[in-house]
Design a protein around this ligand. Sequence first.
Ligand code: UT7
Length: 324
Amino acid sequence: MTIRAVVRGVGHYLPERVVPNSWFEDKVDTSDDWIRARTGIEQRHFAARDETTSTMATAAARSALEDAGLDLADLDAIIVATSTPDLTFPSVATMVQAGLGMRHGFAFDVQAVCAGFVFALAQANALMVSGQATRVMVIGAETFSRILDMDDRATCVLFGDGAGAVVLEAVDGAGTSADRGVLAVDLNSDGQFREMLYVDGGVSTTGTAGKLRMQGNPLFRQAVVKLAQTADAALTKAGLGPDDLDWLVPHQANIRIIEGTAKKMGLSMDKVVLTVQDHGNTSAASIPLALSVAKKNGQLKPGDLVVIEAIGGGLAWGAVVLRW
Ligand code: UT7
């Protein structure tokens, strides 16, 4: 018997404020045409002043719990992937725990920037497979609007805010790739690429939150290669290949990165879930947001074979193969 971490519910939260590309046109030297053509982004959501990463994460968690048909008492743990926490500490996850009114179990954050949800899902899977938890809420939530340099046209147009959540449940599987749940994980990082994507402030350096800095083009080239590699590695570990896939749910950074990765994997774009046009890059929130949207619009069905993959600051990158 093999324990499998099966997705039992999924949900998301997006701030009410929608910011179209045109909003940036009188702030920096850019255009709706450039942003659409170079990134695929049409709009993004920005959090209101009184919204934080934890309030959005809590809303997404409630929606995932409802979708799962479970009560708070059923949860053993909460993991939040974020790089934009409300405070330096405590963790956003404990704030979500309090926001939900949960007094038992444990909660902690994972920080792997845009790959955060992949890393958090891998941690949840490990906790479940090792018998330390039976039901785990995994959330990706970000308020990147708060760390954007609104004078830097190369980055300010790319990111958005939001939160997505999944509830995982430990289920006995047969140990084959026909099982539902997480089938394989591939995680990677290489700190030598630090300058490609970072925030220029922090607690033990400047004492400020800092602003996001990115070398977009070199990162773009790393992303396509590394994302295709990690997706293939995870599929190989599961004893499967790209032909077995029903859906690729990639990190939603740039439509051209997504197309490049799909091409390298030999996948048709019909099998790719796309939300980048509506959400922009929401970092760790982008994959759970895409999973939630894809379930709601009927794309994801029980039994479908799904690969999620992401890359972000660090660099950190990885993929998870799961049967929905
Ligand atoms: O989530 C973590 C992972 N994130 C990523 O993987 C992001 C990776 N990078 C990218 O998505 C792309 O590199 C960008 C969308 C950031 C940029 O696209 P690009 O095709 O790589 O453009 P580029 O950086 O090579 O810039 C091309 C031109 C430059 O002008 P010159 O030097 O050719 O005169 C830029 O200054 O486009 C210019 N540019 C802009 N023009 C209008 C850069 N940003 C803008 C803008 N509006 N917002």
